[in-house]
Design a protein around this ligand. Structure first.
Ligand code: SF4
Ligand code: SF4
Length: 89
């Protein structure tokens, strides 16, 4: 499984600070931070620790199996962000 950020993310960067494995991107200062519509969790690296869920002020983060129906596409969107980043490198 993985944790997933949904579209209600307000890009305040709080989850980035608490993630122990640095798998939430883009980060402030990254070239793609300003243009990103939200932050994303790398499903290959997330260790399902739950720290980000507690930290998020707008409850935008879910375990994949707990994603609300309206946010199901966020699972693919999070993974796609990192797939596209890998290609761009
Ligand atoms: S669940 Fe843990 S490892 Fe996964 S993104 Fe959140 S803080 Fe990082
Ligand atoms: S803490 Fe929540 S609102 Fe803030 S950047 Fe992370 S997912 Fe987005």
């Amino acid at each position: 499984m993985t944790y997933v950020i949904a579209g209600s993310c307000v890009k305040d960067d709080v989850c980035v600070e608490v993630c122990p494995v640095d798998c939430i991107h883009p980060k402030p200062g990254d070239p793609d931070f300003e243009t990103a519509e939200q932050l994303y969790i790398d499903p290959e690296i997330c260790i399902d620790c739950d720290a980000c869920v507690e930290a998020c002020p707008v409850n935008a983060i879910y375990a994949d199996f707990e994603l609300p129906e309206k946010d199901r596409d966020s699972l693919d969107l999070n993974a796609l962000f990192f797939a596209e980043r890998a290609v761009a490198k």
